[in-house]
Design a binder for this molecule. Sequence first.
Ligand code: TXA
Ligand code: MG
Length: 324
Amino acid sequence: MKCNISQDVTAAAELLHNGELVAFATETVYGLGANALNPEAVARIFEVKQRPHFDPLIVHIAAPEQLSEFTTGLSAPAQRLAERFWPGPLTLVLPKRNVIPDLVTSGLDSVAIRIPAHPIARELLQITGLPIAAPSANKFGCLSPTLAQHVVEQLGDEIPMILEGGPCQVGVESTVIQCTEESTILLRPGGIALEEIESCVETVRLARIEDFAETKSQVSPGMLPRHYAPGTRLFLIEKLEQLPSAESIGVLSLYPIEETILSGREFAVQEILSPSGDLKTAAAKLFSALRNLDQSGVECIVALKMPETGLGRTINNRLERAAY
Ligand code: TXA
Ligand code: MG
């Protein structure tokens, strides 16, 4: 299949209405979109991504007015989060209505909903008038795409179009939250820092496997031990003294590493996420940097842990799974 990379939102909308898949830019990562109300189109997402069916999808909508079509309602804390962070990198897991096919939610009685902020995603949602189911536009378990070119590399032969919107500004996936009157659970750290969520709702709890004991379905691939992984073996270390002794090594770090520490090796490459220590900038560069290291031919990749604050926590979460 010839994959067309363009900014033609009308063409993308037509494809979606015809039950086809379209990859599109969002502020977090590129998504692989299908009409969420068309089970055959949704099935095709799982097929192209080679994604297991136990792993539910996020449904993207244009505006809060559409919420009542797809969910039975928001708890008061969910309402506060929605008002504060939508449009943006927040996904809320809400009780679902029957119009949402079971395939989208892997049979769960909840649906994950996000209103994205990227102008091209917003335009697509408005023009189609559809809820769009979209996971990240990569093969299951692999690095997420933050450029149209990344999508081409993994899925270019299998989809008709990529709606191009430049490099993703946030660069890591949305923060996924399940929020009832009683509790707020962080299912996946993401583009909105935990501190920001905590400033809006009381006591946010990190998800535990026991939270999902009653559902047969896997609740969040954010919770799978291995995910977001490059092909090259990745080690996550706390300090430089733990660098392995490999001859060729690719290092991912927030700050530059002194050349002397890397010398004596046959080959060493560095990807520095933000010399000034800005964790938002670091998040935006994360997946591209991992791709570069993966493609550089090094024997192994070594990532130095980020500070556990703000988006550092999200980056560490992705690196832990990449290293598993
Ligand atoms: O930023 C993002 O969220 C991107 C862009 C394209 O919007 N999408 C994305 O989708 O990362 P995906 O499929 O890679 O991750 C969806 C996450 C998973 O952790 C999934 O398990 C969780 O949302 N999820 C979806 N529906 C759920 C539900 N009903 N209950 C709990 N978790 C759910
Ligand atoms: Mg993903």
